[in-house]
Design a binder for this molecule. Structure first.
Ligand code: ZN
Length: 294
């Protein structure tokens, strides 16, 4: 009696698993590295050739956040967005611009030439595999000049794909009131720490945040519009800007939702965009004979 009950429970479980498998198969993973070769082909079709490259960095984040904070956060939002609006997400990528934190432990700062070459070869390889539309989802403020520059240089030689760059879109309307000064809340401060409390709460050591000062030391006196590379170090030598201790899950939940939504909107806009590639092709063709341009 007991044994036959077990057998029928086993049979029931087996049929549940059987019933679930086709559903699992019909929705492929959004992770590039989790797909089989054949499933990858289907995934690219389902994504309409739209792929995400979440871009992080390895750098100090105050006394309270992990070195890989930007990569962990940007992957959290990119993966969530791709599940809402299907896109294939490239694996962990953290080879960006971070010279300004070379004096701090754990920073990995690849040379200028390698940053650009590796990124170009990565997008070239993504495109060769069907990613005709690549959205670089930036998660690191130090890339804010690098990435638009990279996208701009795609006009140098013909490319059969389009590079889009999406900035960090975690603030917006209806945001909970901040406790710290938004003007200096730039790196491992209230806002970013709140986001980390959602993406990887296990790695946030909020009690350590006050160990260092994230105040603006304002050591350079230069007029606005006059730029020099040491500006960040001049203001924030601890590589910490703001007050991480002011972070809350409430603000983090708002930021995560806003950022994910921004990526979803970008994926939809990119899928609908047929003009960029058409104009690129027209431009590349006309660039071959500029004297014919009137
Ligand atoms: Zn960061």
């Amino acid at each position: 009696m007991h044994k036959s009950l077990l057998v029928s429970i086993n049979a029931l479980c087996a049929s549940l698993v059987w019933a679930q498998s086709p559903a699992v198969q019909s929705k492929p993973s959004v992770h590039w590295e989790e797909l089989t070769a054949a499933d990858f082909r289907d995934a690219i079709g389902r994504a309409q050739g739209t792929c995400l490259l979440p871009f992080g960095i390895l750098e100090k984040h105050g006394a309270h956040l992990p070195l890989g904070n930007d990569l962990l956060n940007v992957r959290y939002v990119a993966l969530n967005a791709a599940q809402q609006e299907y896109a294939v997400v490239f694996p962990e990528y953290y080879f960006g611009q971070i010279f300004e934190a070379k004096h701090q432990p754990g920073t990995v700062a690849y040379s200028r030439g390698l940053q650009l070459q590796l990124l170009q070869e990565t997008t070239d390889e993504m495109a060769r595999n069907g990613c005709q539309k690549i959205i670089i989802v930036n998660g690191h403020g130090g890339n804010n000049s690098l990435l638009p520059y990279f996208a701009q240089t795609q006009l140098d030689t013909p490319h059969d794909y389009v590079v889009y760059v999406l900035g960090i879109t975690r603030s917006g309307q209806g945001e909970p009131k901040h406790k710290s000064n938004p003007a200096t809340d730039m790196h491992a401060g209230e806002s970013e720490t709140s986001m980390s409390m959602i993406a990887r709460p296990d790695l946030v050591h909020l009690d350590r945040a006050p160990q260092e000062s994230g105040a603006d030391q304002a050591r350079l006196k230069l007029p606005e519009g006059l730029y020099t590379g040491i500006w960040w170090y001049a203001r924030f030598p601890n590589h910490y800007a703001g007050e991480g201790a002011a972070a809350t899950r409430e603000l983090g939940e708002f930021e995560a939702k806003t950022w994910i939504n921004g990526i979803v909107q970008a994926i939809r806009a990119v899928k609908a965009d047929q003009e960029s590639q058409r104009l690129q092709n027209e431009f590349y063709e006309r660039s071959k004979h500029p004297l014919d341009t009137h």
